[in-house]
Design a protein around this ligand. Sequence first.
Ligand code: ATP
Ligand code: MG
Length: 593
Amino acid sequence: MSAEKASIAPASNFIRGIIERDIEQGTYKTRTWSGEPGDAAHHSTGAPDTAKIRTRFPPEPNGYLHIGHAKSIYLNFGLAQDFNGICHLRFDDTNPEKESQEYVDSITEMVQWLGFNWKNKHEQNLYFASNYFDFMFRAAEALINAGHAYVDAQTADEMRINRGTLTEAGKNSPHRNRSVAENLQLFHEMRDGKHADGTMVLRAKIDMASPNINMRDPAIYRIKRAHHHNTGDTWCIYPMYTFAHPLEDALEQITHSICTLEFEDQRPFYDWLLERLAEAGLLAHPLPKQYEFARLNLTYVVLSKRKLIDLVEQKHVSGWDDPRLPTLAGARLRGYVAEGFKLFTDRIGVSKADSWIDYSTFEDCMREVLNLSAERRIAVLDPIKLVIDNYPADANGKSQTEDCFAPNHPLKPELGKRVVPLTRELWIEREDFMEVPSKGFFRLVPDGLVRLRYGYVVKCRGFEKDSAGNVTVVHCEYLPDTKSGTPGADAIKVKGNIHWVSVAHAYEAEVRLYDRLFKEAHPGESGRDYLEDINPSSVQVITAQLELSLKDAKPEDRFQFERHGYFVADRKDSVAGKPVFNRTVTLRDAWQK
Ligand code: ATP
Ligand code: MG
């Protein structure tokens, strides 16, 4: 698959159609809701569910959320909002390893940052799957009692071999026909710690010849002596994900269980399991249904938890919230905005076809949102001095200070203008002066004219260089009748327009220029180690000269630095009166080939 801008799926969402149809047909009308998750008996005591649909976002607390998860969050919470439903935040914490409170905390923080909440009118729909372990155990017993599950003691290797292949049926386990009583006893022994880790599993008894390998008696419970962040050492057996997930959905009366495509082959087991438990009376119809969509694949980033962990642990980045990481914590520190995520999710749509989205599509969405919301400010990132030699000064050589007026937002005149003081000595960008101009260069050149944005037209009269040959000072004279906004200011036409900051009024600040963490669209493609594709210049820390008003920026205040891009006051490293800025995104994409 290649990353082409044109490959963006149309912004349609096939799941909407499914929900509309379900609502129209009243598929879930008879559902009752007891106010909290529970089995059929529990929900039967409840009133008809006022939520038209229930969806859930079910992260496993084993890592930080990333941009891919944002798509799932917008999908699940967004659909619930649009259809008068409720979306649950459920921690899928049934695997005792690798899960921790640190991840739980960051996930709840990020879901809220994106603008969603699990607090609904009368209830808090924040759930932990590990609170359902008792029910899961009961569900397993019910399967055993109905002859739908058995305890297998084959070794892992034997099980793998006997599972068969895509072209060959599997072989029945020699333990497949144990009696119900024996299975119950062994399963209880598993729970009671009478057997060593890995010696036995409980398996669903379905069909070892099924063309779908997931239906060949999948394991549903395993023995694992591991401490769990919520249930401690209560359990030494844990349910398998494919068994746990449908049950979690059912207990929570989820109507539309939306997941990524890799679970498509699990859907028959999802349905099989819930049907068997409905037969056993533990669950009631209508049962949840699973729908799969294509996960987000984004160029120039890695979204695999394992790779993200590597990047953090091997210190290629400063931490989980490094602004170059595609984690939501990193995105926030970088200055990306929640509304930009929403725009992005709407724009890429939801489909069943796998595709790659170019990172610039994501950045364009951020630019669009920031262009509307961010006030403009002036910043000189690579300063050299410009001296207006004929600018009025007093007898001691102290320059006059004159007010110039810069609009805070060109698209929003109601935001007014602010004063930017002009003096004799200014900071300008090094790249805005060229001793020997290249073709098409319309800014400052020897003897050339340029407009100081919001100020006067100046003419270059000379320049100074240091011993290394770098220009350090440009000398100009200004044309007094050309001040922007005064009558006749345009009498002299100039092609270039450059920004500046008065040296006497500048705020010298640290600015971090972030760029893409990977220099290749598909890190690790064609067998390369993805770490080799790291962009060696993904961050540049500079000392810039900013207009003085930026000194008062509060953490997370966002601005467009004119002609440069969008910047945010860093929420961790800024102190009052001394903010540092992170570049969120440049004004234009420099990566398009
Ligand atoms: P793991 O490999 O640990 O399962 P995961 O990225 O799937 O990693 P989960 O915590 O299981 O992490 O994900 C929570 C939800 O986010 C799931 O419903 C999953 O399908 C969805 N999700 C994860 N990655 C993406 C992605 N790239 N695009 C869209 N949805 C995603
Ligand atoms: Mg997952």
